[in-house]
Design a protein around this ligand. Structure first.
Ligand SMILES: [Zn+2]
Length: 182
């Protein structure tokens, strides 16, 4: 009688590779802001009866890092509140991956940060940065902290202030789930 034949190391590695391919999750189906802008804010939001009786619009789609292939989830549906402000709040740099700021300058207000986010990093307080006076939350006495993707460091996606619990994300610097939350 011969001993049962052991699988070769190559066969084991091939099996493991096949398994990991099968269990790897398909990338999320997403759209850039430009594809949704024409219908905004309805294409991006759903109404929420906010405390105090005022209606707030909150994000109806899961929000992702804008970098192709990163796919980090930034915000779950229902967490960001749609607020409009003048454009030109976030700094732009030549060669940045972000689109030119759209005429609808809107932002997602996220209260209770950083714990409200899924994958967002905050920079150290930036003593050299100053936001325009019209920026939501702007307070000349507070240092700016930039929001970046926690997975790939792309940013700034938005801003917050040292010591503050609110944060703002630029709607046009993000990607969105192709379908709103059911
Ligand atoms: Zn990322």
């Amino acid at each position: 009688m011969s001993a049962p034949q052991q699988p070769s190391q190559d066969a084991i590695l091939a099996a493991l590779a096949a398994q990991s391919t099968a269990t790897r999750r398909a990338p999320p189906q997403t759209k850039g802001y430009a594809e949704l802008a024409a219908g905004a804010p309805a294409s991006l939001t759903t109404g929420l009866e906010a405390a105090g009786g005022a209606d707030a619009l909150v994000n109806s789609r899961k929000i992702y890092c804008p970098r192709g292939g990163c796919n980090a989830v930034v915000l779950q549906p229902g967490v960001g509140e749609w607020v409009e402000a003048e454009p030109g709040i976030l700094p732009t740099h030549p060669g940045s991956p972000f689109p030119a700021e759209s005429s609808t300058a809107a932002y997602w207000l996220v209260r209770g940060s950083p714990f409200a986010f899924d994958n967002v990093g905050f920079s150290r307080p930036d003593a050299a940065a100053a936001l325009p006076d019209f920026a939501p939350g702007a307070d000349a006495g507070k240092k700016v902290k930039w929001l970046i993707c926690a997975e790939c460091d792309l940013g700034p996606l938005g801003w917050s202030f040292e010591g503050g619990s609110d944060a703002w994300l630029a709607v046009d610097r993000l990607r969105y789930a192709a379908e709103p939350k059911a």
